[in-house]
Design a protein around this ligand. Structure first.
Ligand code: SAM
Length: 299
């Protein structure tokens, strides 16, 4: 997959570059480097005295990034952004000055038929950013009890039919017919929820989102990052930029930046894409960018 051209379009590039407030000598972290859309632009603008560290859980995305984000002062590392302290230690660094995380998944992952992220694909229902860790979405559907499945669909997908879907999945499982591929899950959901109406998001979208959030423990990772990892790794006066794509993530960022002894919140209201960006990149329509500087470092 990494030799193919990327189909991912980075969001709010202009707003990200402006908010990063680049200056010479900075250590900059792109904690979700993906195919390198943002990092590539940062690299074009940053002074040669800066260093850029790109992190991604997905080795296939890192291989894509490596094609466009390269140089003596670039370090690409596979891992989660919550592992930043270890990554810095291995690079012999103590603190960073700028951190960007652009959450969710890349359009390249969504359209990859072998990853199971998109309901328009027919591959195995995996959905892990790092397929070597944790359990796949198919395993989750085959093992979680109905109450847990209902919680996942309600909490992470805000799915009104969560109970009905959970009970159908556990019913099928007892007959050895738990969904194994993205199209099998889609067929089950269309049977229960219908196909939706043109111009509105497909009813399966919420379920696919919920399963992806659950298998990657996305909200837990974000919370640990904001409340524990960043206060230990950003320099005082250092900036963090977070781009979210749904209200569950945005709420965590808003709450973290409310801790006024630790953070100076630079975006009372989140920065959102311009109407013209939303027109040419509809995926950007739900993006929100929040920025804060660290006032006090945690030992
Ligand atoms: C929206 S894409 C980033 C796109 C990138 N900014 C660009 O312009 O090409 C999100 C990326 O974050 C990665 N990711 C998700 N959770 C992560 C985590 N906890 N740590 C590191 N990478 C993560 C995904 O694998 C995916 O490649």
């Amino acid at each position: 997959m990494s030799s193919e051209r990327t189909v991912h379009v980075p969001v709010m590039v202009h707003e990200v570059l402006e908010s990063l407030d680049l200056a010479p000598g900075l250590v900059i972290v792109d904690g979700t480097v993906g195919a390198g859309g943002h990092s590539r632009k940062i690299l074009e603008r940053m002074d040669p005295s800066c260093r850029l560290i790109g992190i991604d859980r997905d080795s296939e995305m890192l291989a894509r990034a490596a094609q466009v984000v390269k140089g003596q002062n670039v370090f690409l590392v596979q891992g989660s952004y919550v592992e930043l302290p270890r990554i810095l230690h291995e690079l012999g660094l103590d603190a960073v000055h700028r951190v960007l995380i652009d959450l969710g998944l890349s359009s390249d992952q969504l359209s990859d038929p072998d990853r199971g992220f998109g309901f328009a694909t027919s591959g195995p229902l995996d959905m892990r950013f790092d397929p070597t860790q944790g359990i796949s979405a198919a395993e989750l559907l085959a093992t979680a009890d109905a109450t847990e499945l209902e919680r996942i669909l309600t909490e992470y997908g805000e799915e009104a039919a969560a109970r009905k879907i959970a009970s159908e999945i556990t019913f099928l499982r007892k007959r050895g017919r738990s969904p194994q591929t993205a199209d099998e899950l889609l067929a089950l959901l269309e049977r229960l929820l219908g196909r939706g109406v043109p111009g509105k998001s497909h009813p399966a979208t919420r379920v696919f989102q919920a399963l992806r959030i659950a298998v990657n423990r996305e909200l837990e990772q974000l919370e640990v990052f904001l409340t524990d990892v960043l206060p230990r790794t950003l320099s005082v006066g250092g900036r963090v930029l977070v781009i979210t794509f749904h209200s569950l993530e945005d709420r965590l960022v808003k709450q973290a930046f409310r801790e006024v002894e630790r953070w100076e919140n630079l975006t009372r209201k989140p920065i959102v894409p311009t109407p013209s960006e939303v027109r040419w990149n509809p995926r950007s329509r739900s993006a929100k960018l929040r920025v804060a500087t660290l006032k006090e470092r945690r030992p």
